[in-house]
Design a protein around this ligand. Structure first.
Ligand code: C2O
Ligand code: CU
Ligand code: CU
Length: 500
């Protein structure tokens, strides 16, 4: 018996008079066209990182306004929610200082940075409360949009949901030559996409039940850069959106309300050879895409998402009722072209980059991975205590002291990943410290926009990737590979990779 809790939740919020209720009310007024009710898209502070200038990132408890109401308890990284955008020029060495002002252990993982494992910030690089971690990071990789977030085993989902995540831009200084929009906050906008559940107090609530662990924790309210239903004023030309899915579990299926085309210029690992035209774009947790959108017609338009197609694939067990199934598209935010802002880019660039070549025949090994959602039967008793190692890969749940894969530094391998068992759902599979090309998805070639270097692949049934291992990870400090649905990761759908 499917129950639409999102409706009842929303009603509860509206009755509670909380910040989130006001935000939700603001959103619905806004969705009906009263854009004056909406807040401006928050643009995170930009930190330009340089050689020899330390960058401090503080993980802290905060108060944050998601909507128009009062601030509510949240967490952020040197911010009230999420973090600054850190731009690092490729080729430089950045000294970070990561301070843990939380009252629990954490780590800070650089998702998408290609660095040795002792700098990676995975579950072995823990930072105790009150302590700091100071990695010196030599950035040597093509321009790309990456991000950072905590990775303490078992608490990653809760910590990211509370607001601990931020974007990182690796730049190569050549956006001018590529004729790409590159004015941060004006025509080059970070969009950090998430969904939230808000409690009666208006603060985000993270209280997954067994069903949420199975399917991943999804919210009933969409937020962009920590704001509910914001509006961005943009120049009436091409604007570059750096999309990051930092949701725990939801796959966004993005499209503009007027179905205008837009152009993917980069994926997780950097630029595509040339822009790829799309009308919709699925972005799974952990993934990044950079897209160009043309606002030259001067019309305001909403960015929307269709219901998450990765869930409810095939036959669901009836007890797992489709409680989060939503009917139509939902608005994430709105763009309003402003003639006062100078449109710096009025043409679509043709040639973007020459992505590093790859040769599938160079693979020295082939491995298979089956993603298992329901292994143990702790769930039969409906007790959360039995769920800690409910998920796994190849029948084994994550263990900090077990190395699952040892690869040779400087080689490439083919990894074949498939979805095992119930429920049939898509899993975004991610590898640390390595980048890969998708060879096939469900037996077919990947879509053109997924054909560049990546570090997350959405596995619907089956995917084959060619992975390069160019960063070392000794067995005592391995890299992780895992499902980026954070509840799956925390409950054991993760393995350890040594690169020697
Ligand atoms: Cu976003 Cu293990 O990472
Ligand atoms: Cu990662
Ligand atoms: Cu998963």
């Amino acid at each position: 018996m499917p129950i639409d809790t999102s409706l009842t939740r929303r009603q509860a919020l509206l009755l509670s008079g909380s910040a989130a209720a006001l935000a939700a009310a603001g959103l619905s007024r806004w969705a009906q066209g009263a854009s004056t009710a909406a807040q401006a898209l928050p643009i995170p502070r930009l930190i330009e990182a340089r050689n020899g200038e330390p960058v401090t990132l503080t993980l802290q408890k905060t108060q944050h306004r998601f909507g128009r109401g009062a601030p509510v308890p949240a967490q952020g990284i040197s911010s009230s929610y999420l973090g600054p955008v850190v731009r690092v020029p490729s080729g430089e060495t950045i000294s970070f200082r990561v301070e843990n002002h939380l009252d629990e252990e954490t780590t800070l993982h650089w998702h998408g940075l290609l660095v040795p494992s002792h700098l990676d910030g995975g579950p072995h690089n823990t930072i105790r409360p009150g302590a700091a971690w100071s990695p010196e990071i030599r950035v040597r990789q093509p321009a790309a949009t990456a991000w950072f977030h905590p990775h303490p085993h078992g608490s990653t989902a809760r910590q990211i949901h509370s607001g601990l995540a931020g974007m990182m831009i690796v730049s190569d200084g050549a956006d001018g030559e590529r004729a790409l929009p590159a004015t941060y906050g004006v025509d080059d906008l970070p969009l950090i996409l998430q969904d939230k559940r808000f409690g009666r107090s208006g603060a985000p609530v993270y209280d997954p039940d067994m069903m949420d662990l199975m399917h991943g924790f999804q919210g009933d309210t969409l937020v962009v850069n920590g704001a509910v239903g914001p509006v961005a004023r943009v120049p009436a030309g091409y604007v570059r959106l750096r999309l990051l899915n930092a949701a725990n579990a939801r796959i966004f299926d993005l499209r503009f309300a007027d179905r205008r085309p837009f152009f993917v210029v980069a994926g997780d690992g950097g630029f595509l050879a040339e822009p790829v035209e799309v009308r919709s774009l699925a972005i799974a947790p952990g993934e990044r895409y950079e897209v160009l959108v043309n606002f030259a017609d001067g019309r305001a338009v909403e960015l929307t998402t269709a219901p998450d197609a990765g869930h409810g694939r095939g036959m669901m067990m009836p007890m797992m009722g489709a409680r989060k199934r939503r009917a139509g598209a939902e608005a994430l935010m709105r763009f309003e072209p402003d003639p006062v802002l100078k449109a710096a880019t009025t043409r679509l660039p043709r040639q973007l980059a020459t992505p590093a070549p790859f040769d599938a025949r160079s693979a020295v090994a082939k491995r298979t991975f089956e993603l298992n959602t329901m292994m143990g039967m702790g769930m039969m008793h409906g007790r959360r205590s039995g769920a800690a190692d409910m998920m796994g890969i190849n029948g084994r749940s994550f263990a900090m002291d077990r190395i699952d894969v040892t690869a040779r530094l400087g080689t490439a391998e083919v990894w074949e990943i498939s979805v095992g068992g119930m429920p049939p759902m898509a899993h975004p599979f991610h590898i640390h410290g390595a980048s890969f090309r998708i060879l096939s998805k469900n037996g077919r070639n990947p879509a053109a926009h997924e054909a560049g270097w990546k570090d997350v692949v959405l596995v619907e049934e089956h995917a084959e990737i060619l992975v390069r291992f160019d960063n070392p990870a000794p067995p005592r400090m391995p890299f992780m590979y895992h499902c980026h649905i954070l509840e799956h990761e925390d409950h054991g759908m993760m393995g350890q990779l040594a690169v020697v």
